[in-house]
Design a protein around this ligand. Sequence first.
Ligand SMILES: [Zn+2]
Length: 477
Amino acid sequence: MPFSIKLALGACCLFAATAGSLPAQDWKAGAAAAVIMPQEPTWLSGYSSRTAPAEGKVHELHAKALAIEDAAGTRLVIVTLDLGSVSQEITDAVFGEVSKRHHVKREGLILNCSHTHCAPEVAAERRVFHALPDGEEAKLARYIEWLKGRIVEAVDGAFRELSPARLTLSKSSANFGHNRRLPTPTGYVNSQNDEGVTDHDVPVLRVTDAAGKLRAVLFGYACHNTTLAFQLYCGDYAGFAQQHLEEAHPESKALFFMGCGGDQNPYPRHGPRGLEYCRQHGKALAGAVEEALAGQQREVRGPLRLAYEVATLELEPLPAMEKLQSDAQNAKDHRQRKALYLLDRLAKEGKIELAQRCPLHAARFGDDLLLLAISGETVVDYSLRCKKEFARRADGGKEGEGKDDGKKGAPAPAPFVWVSGYNDDVFAYLPSQRVLREGGYEGRDGIIHQLTPTPFAETVEERVMGGISRLVEKVSK
Ligand SMILES: [Zn+2]
């Protein structure tokens, strides 16, 4: 029997044996949720056209935490939030507590938001730019302080639930997410573009206990949570999907892990039937998750290897001083507010550093899963590129090639690559080089609403991918 066939059979038997009699004690996991509904009606996130606080709710908003520990005690906590944004300030505050209470390192805590536009406004830039009435500002500030404690409570709950677990992976798809960058003779506009790139994957991590009972399901999708544009609290399609799954599996937690949906919208959306569309999309996503849960599973083994870095993204130069001064005096709305903000910073700091921090995470689960978490409103190009680039054989070679030691062996399966956006600090849209060059809202124009001083420089994708590549190398050793 040729060596390669013998090895391949050996590998198959090993996989079958491992999958059949899985040592659940290799992993410990726990999941918990905390309700994060404000105690008083607040301003809602997302749309700058809002003129009043929330008028009620469709359903509760939650912070949920999934804690995972490998046999060596390495800990990863994924926090998912039914919120429009998450800031470095919130992430740092939560990390401060969680690191003390649960021995979680910086690389072991990921805060992800669903980007629902029907949640209390927590984005740092909105408080600077919205010019809300003082009372509303104060309510949001109180809410954010309270929220930090609630997120920590969700993490505490997840660690209280920590017990032997089995992790498996599967994948499905849903097609209500569409590219929203439509090219027109006058540039890219925000409208459904069926020719544009999308990522319809629904990756699913199933967490069961030693007896095989479902305890948590983490699922992703790359699409804005913007089916709705009204004055009620709601988790949008992700909220409905989580609700459906928890109703179907009452003893488990369903956590929506937002993907790279920066340039993707759900369609149909908005209008008098917005809530109906939203329920439809939520049902479609929950259905896709159920399909994945019922389908073939890939066993996820350890060890857990984690890495984190903050990439520095370069920005374009500031507008000329005369332009800033004229905008500060004569421009309207956002342009005026942005000019005033930049002039104020120049007056206080003397000079504005043209750089944006971009937190990045990589978590590798043995040879089975490579999880990447990117900050900002990450556009879909990053997910497509990372999945292509890092789906290599688990032993570091290229798919289909022999081993690096020269022996022709069976190709080790490539790790499943899961890419998430909207983590830790949603500072601005994070364009790829293509989107930056094309321009439009996600490329350049959206920066007017952000604290990031100016649009990104041409090096943006190179800087992000450089950071991710370093992390992947670190966790793959
Ligand atoms: Zn957005």
